[in-house]
Design a binder for this molecule. Structure first.
Ligand SMILES: CC(C)(COP(=O)(O)OP(=O)(O)OC[C@H]1O[C@@H](n2cnc3c(N)ncnc32)[C@H](O)[C@@H]1OP(=O)(O)O)[C@@H](O)C(=O)NCCC(=O)NCCS
Length: 174
């Protein structure tokens, strides 16, 4: 997930999908990998601030990384689609390593939300919210006490509505 997101580009001018279209959420399979890569690329494009060349260079690296993390059972994703299989959005969880600290001696991993993307025609109808709620449920049922992410400008209100809070993380850049 991005940090310090800059202005998002407007999505294409296609008609919104009727709100009554039912949407189904499912766990992604390895067959969804190409879709997840497309959504990752579009997410970075929509967030802005990165050149097309930078994003293009990212994709093969990200693909190899995702495949490796899936192989180590550290990556899972969810897809929302309509009954015809038209995809509305997706999002992923990376089970990231964390250092030991008081109260965290044995479990040294933490779920991290990344690559959240909703297809423009499906935006504003709860697709991302639904995916994040499912992720929170997944994290709770797997014994985690928190889940974290870096929010883009568009993502921030969505996560805030779902109870995500800004922490005390600091950084210095050069
Ligand atoms: C950010 C992004 C994933 C949000 O996706 P989305 O599916 O439109 O998000 P949601 O529909 O769940 O929430 C968006 C708004 O719709 C509203 N909404 C409409 N119908 C809703 C419903 N049935 N349930 C929940 N929210 C609904 C929400 O209130 C929310 O409003 P808010 O932003 O004022 O809080 C999407 O805009 C996107 O892909 N952006 C580009 C890439 C990006 O920034 N990704 C996030 C990286 S951190």
């Amino acid at each position: 997930m991005p940090t310090g997101a800059s202005r998002a580009r407007p999505g294409p001018r296609r008609p919104a999908v009727p709100r009554r279209t039912p949407l189904l959420l499912r766990r992604a399979t390895s067959a969804d990998l190409p879709l997840l890569l497309v959504h990752c690329r579009r997410m970075w494009e929509d967030i802005g601030g990165r050149s097309r060349a930078q994003i293009a260079r990212l994709m093969p690296v990200y693909r190899r990384w995702v495949r490796r993390e899936i192989a180590h059972r550290r990556f899972l994703a969810f897809v929302v689609e309509d009954p015809t299989g038209r995809v509305a959005g997706s999002g992923a969880i990376w089970i990231s390593p964390v250092h030991p600290r008081p109260g965290r001696l044995l479990r040294r991993t933490m779920p991290y939300v990344l690559s959240m993307y909703t297809v423009p025609e499906f935006r504003g109808r709860g697709v991302a919210s639904r995916i994040v709620r499912t992720m929170v449920h997944w994290a709770k049922t797997h014994g985690y006490r928190r889940i974290y992410l870096h929010a883009s400008k568009q993502g921030l209100p969505v996560y805030a509505r779902l109870g995500f809070v800004l922490g005390r993380e600091m950084r210095r850049e050069w």
